[in-house]
Design a protein around this ligand. Structure first.
Ligand SMILES: NC(=O)C1=CN([C@@H]2O[C@H](COP(=O)(O)OP(=O)(O)OC[C@H]3O[C@@H](n4cnc5c(N)ncnc54)[C@H](O)[C@@H]3O)[C@@H](O)[C@H]2O)C=CC1
Ligand SMILES: O=C(O)C(=O)COP(=O)(O)O
Length: 524
């Protein structure tokens, strides 16, 4: 039974596919209420409230995937998740419209002082002159961060007759031209804007982006809006610029600490606030919960996810094309790792023929994961394979060749160890399966599957019989056997597939046979 912990409030309608699956148990509780069971969950679903720290990940020993029902993953230690081999996914566009609308609602409320006027009327006052606002029409709006939400805010601003200026260092010229906004530098935006709204993620670069230096470059009387993440506009600086009257008003949906408690910003009459409500609409919550529920289901079925934060993105189409090579590469990695039972410095992979045209990032990660699996104690998979290889000083490279060298497709692997180099070539044949066609310098043809026994010997009559007799005497049945040699009477190999794993004592017995140089059992 798969167990999923839903640690923050989520739409039941969105979670329906998980709730309806009889093989899945969904537990809707806070992390603190299931402390004793944390090591039993396969998946964890969160919004922004639950902090997915390294400590929590350490406790959730069985965890395979974290689903963020929303956009921002700053509450998740993605680096730690990657190290632990835990996939992190989010729901990138389910709440875009809701957050853009909330930003707009905040903008209108800010310049027309609607929250203040509302409180006043509810207090039985009728003070119309105290709440004179300004129009949005004709004003200059500066949008910092022009992704999904920023661009939806821009559309609405244009409909209101505003001039839109955008700063986003990652915005391509082509996209900016298509949308028809004024793309400028941060300094230009700060100088032009009457109202500034931020829509970047919270990162090392954006934390304090609007701090004392940049706020000083804004127009006197500027309005500021933060419906992205607390800290992008530095709260301490905001207090100073409100106190000296430079900033006319601020709208905040988010805070550096949530909830903000008795925060000094809350005492300003011209600061309006909401409790992180950007994504809090019925529609957005159904959207994001549906997206993560579907992705988690897909992942648990062993299929690729499309909105992963720490894996290369893979569409269903691409996955279908690479699936066979993904499996072949995994098996080749496992075989190479067992054969090269010594420290290695480099793994070189060459993709030839039809596979060279595919998206190989995932195939390479699969090969690395297969290679590292027998060597590392912790979980290793496509998420952390590249990182673990790097940590262990194993370099890896990919090369591509249009020529399949006698095969429609092939993957050639060269592993450089401390004392020796090992090469292997594999191919995938449609309707037939995976074949290893070169192993350790010998042409051969075997299926990389099950309990394999590799024997390197001198090409002499009777060798096969000797091996067969010993295995037969010990009730080990040989399912298949392939042989290969470099030259008549030279070095030769046998690759046997056995019906059961071989005892180490039998390996030793086989090693005693004269003219046998190497005996290795390989498990795939
Ligand atoms: N208040 C709320 O409830 C919600 C808040 N959010 C926040 O809004 C943020 C934006 O969401 P989306 O638009 O969906 O993300 P997005 O990824 O589509 O857009 C973010 C944009 O910021 C830009 N950017 C990154 N670093 C930058 C920098 N240093 N300076 C300027 N631009 C930079 C990126 O190039 C990108 O275009 C999220 O990261 C999240 O933190 C999102 C949804 C709801
Ligand atoms: O999606 C985001 O980034 C949000 O900030 C929404 O947060 P929430 O899911 O409402 O806690």
């Amino acid at each position: 039974m798969v167990r999923i912990l839903v640690a923050d409030a989520m739409s039941e309608e969105g979670l329906a596919p998980l709730l309806a699956d009889p093989t899945i148990e969904v537990v809707q509780k806070k992390v603190g209420d299931v402390e004793d069971e944390l090591d039993q969950f396969d998946a964890l679903l969160v919004r922004s409230a639950t902090k997915v720290t390294e400590q929590l990940l350490q406790k959730m020993k069985n965890l395979k995937i974290v689903g963020r029902a929303g956009v921002g993953v700053d509450n998740i230690d993605v680096d730690a998740a990657t190290r632990y081999g835990v996939v992190v996914i989010n729901a990138p566009n389910g709440n875009t419209i809701s957050t853009a609308e909330h930003t707009f609602a905040m903008m209108a409320s800010l310049v027309r002082r609607i929250p203040q006027a509302h409180i006043s009327v509810k207090s039985r006052e009728w003070n119309r002159s105290a709440f004179v606002g300004v129009e949005l029409f004709g004003k200059h709006l500066g949008i910092i961060g022009f992704g999904r939400i920023g661009s939806e805010v821009a559309k609405r601003a244009r409909a209101f007759g505003m001039h839109v200026h955008v700063y986003d260092p990652f915005l391509t010229k082509a996209r900016a031209e298509k949308i028809g906004v004024d793309v400028c530098t941060l300094d230009e935006l700060l100088a032009k804007a009457d109202i500034i709204t931020v829509h970047t993620p919270l990162t090392k670069e954006t934390k304090g982006l609007l701090g004392p230096k940049n706020l000083a470059k804004t127009k006197k009387g500027v309005y500021l809006i933060n419906c992205a993440r607390g800290g992008i506009i530095d709260e301490q600086s905001l207090i100073s610029f409100l106190e000296n009257g430079h900033v006319a008003g601020v709208a905040l949906d988010v805070f550096e600490q949530e909830p903000p408690g008795d925060h000094p910003l809350l005492s300003f009459d011209n600061v309006i606030v909401t409790p992180h409500l950007g994504a809090s609409t019925v529609e957005a919550q159904v959207n994001v919960a549906t997206q993560v529920a579907q992705e988690v289901l897909t992942f648990l079925q062993g299929k690729p996810v499309t909105s992963s934060i720490n894996l290369p993105t893979l569409s269903k189409d691409v996955y279908e094309k690479i699936q066979a090579f993904y499996t072949l590469a995994r098996k080749m990695g496992i075989l190479a790792s067992q054969y090269m039972s010594e420290p290695v410095q480099e793994i070189a992979i060459t993709y030839s023929g039809s596979v060279a045209d595919l998206e190989t990032t995932f195939i390479t990660r699969s090969l690395l994961a297969g290679f590292l699996k027998p060597r590392v104690a912790s979980t290793v998979n496509e998420v952390n394979a590249a990182m673990i290889a790097k940590e262990r000083g194993i370099a890896f490279s990919e090369k591509f060749s249009a020529n399949g060298n006698d095969y429609n497709n092939s993957i050639t692997l060269t592993v450089y160890g401390e004392n020796k180099t090992f090469t292997m070539k594999g191919t995938h044949i449609a309707h037939y399966g995976d074949r290893i066609v070169h192993f350790n310098g010998f042409a051969i043809d075997f299926a990389p599957e099950g309990h394999l026994l590799y024997i390197q010997h001198h090409d002499k009559p009777g060798m096969i019989g000797k091996v067969g007799n010993i295995l037969g005497d010990h009730q080990v049945n040989i399912a298949t056997m392939q042989v290969g040699r470099q030259e008549v009477g030279g070095k030769a190999i046998m690759m046997l597939s056995l019906d059961k794993p071989l005892d180490d004592t039998l390996v030793e017995t086989l090693e005693q046979i004269s003219d046998i140089d190497v005996v290795k059992k390989l498990e795939v």
